[in-house]
Design a binder for this molecule. Structure first.
Ligand SMILES: [Zn+2]
Length: 346
């Protein structure tokens, strides 16, 4: 059973959706039973989370995921053929422009948010090209990523993700912090958690310029609601980072509390279609080009276990609160929720 803070002292955040580019995906790569000829242009959503700062009265701005780069030539040379297969790609507005201008047209010139200094934290669900965006747009932010992410950017992870697909200097080393390593709790998925596939954890250097909430001193993976491994980011139960392994190393989700009785679960790429989460469809598998099968996840059985854990946590939380789940590439959610994009909110 979830343990809730006293409603008098409970802290709530706001969540606003952000357009951060669109890419085009062949349906059959993602969901079983799809028409092999159908391709769908989907958003790669980012989110602005505003946490009330009790002392100064200023909000802390946290951005979850940065979407697609505004300038596609910024991706690694070896990544370019893949990007060509994802056309049409829409890069405007990107995440930074959405933060500055918001989704409302006719409001030109009004900077809602100064991306040079107003973004305190960027948390990336993972470092796939359609989520990493343009980190250099946020020179004042501390980047928080899953364990192994910095090594993944330098050395890759397994045959589907060689090092040359990534820019090894994509994240600012002096302002990036990896979350604590996550244990392979049941020992079942050593082919994901162990070398040579798994990237290694990079500790935060002593001279780091990263600025973290004071709660970071005691960050550790703890169960919350039915979720087996969570980190209470601000230490006040308003924002939880949820370990969600399987898609690619370092993949995390966010669970944020927006009112006494409402949470939002930001699912990143835990799956790409809400029908997979509901059990109506399965994760698609296809030829890996090396005589085997693969899916869009590095480790399909672990990705399935993660989906079961998400459903377990969400269902337990729903015994006492409303929980809305939003996936990064959910075209239908975007179309039905335009009124909840920054400067509006969920
Ligand atoms: Zn991904």
């Amino acid at each position: 059973m979830a343990v809730f803070p006293d409603p008098e002292s409970a802290v709530y955040v706001t969540v606003s959706a952000l357009d951060a580019g669109h890419i085009t995906l062949p349906d059959y790569l993602f969901v079983t039973g799809a028409d092999p000829t159908v391709r769908t242009t989907v958003p790669s959503l980012s989110f602005l989370i505003q946490h009330p700062e009790s002392s100064s009265g200023n909000a802390t701005n946290l951005v979850f995921d940065l979407g697609v780069k505004r300038n596609l030539s910024g991706y690694a040379v070896a990544q370019q053929p893949h990007i060509t297969q994802r056309q049409p790609i829409i890069t405007s507005p990107d995440c930074a422009e959405s933060l500055r201008k918001g989704a409302i047209n006719g409001d030109e010139g009004r900077d809602l948010l100064n991306t040079d200094k107003d973004v305190d934290f960027v948390i990336l669900s993972h470092v796939h090209w359609d989520h990493i965006g343009t980190p250099s747009d946020f020179p004042g932010a501390t980047f928080v990523v899953g364990s192994g992410t910095l090594d993944l950017l330098k050395h890759g992870a397994g045959p589907n993700y060689p090092a040359e697909l990534f820019n090894d200097d994509e994240l600012p080393a002096s302002r990036t912090v990896e979350l604590p390593p996550t244990p392979n709790q049941n020992g079942q998925f050593e082919d994901y958690y162990a070398r040579p596939i798994a990237p290694v954890h990079t500790p935060t250097p002593p001279d780091t310029q990263a600025r973290l909430p004071s709660s970071a001193d005691t960050w550790s993976w703890q169960p919350f609601s039915g979720f087996p491994r969570t980190i209470d980011f601000f230490g006040d139960q308003s924002v939880y980072v949820i370990d969600s392994p399987g898609h690619i190393h370092g993949h995390v989700n966010l669970l944020v509390r927006i009112s006494e009785k409402k949470y939002v679960y930001l699912g990143g790429d835990c799956c790409h279609d809400t029908r997979i989460l509901s059990g109506e469809k399965e994760i698609a598998e296809y030829d890996d080009g090396r005589g085997g099968v693969r899916s869009v996840h590095v480790h399909t059985p672990l990705a399935k276990e993660t989906l079961a854990a998400i459903n377990g946590g969400v269902n337990q939380l729903r015994e006492t609160a409303d929980v809305e789940v939003v996936l990064a590439h959910d075209k239908g959610w975007r179309e039905h929720n335009r009124h909840r994009f920054w400067p509006d909110k969920l």
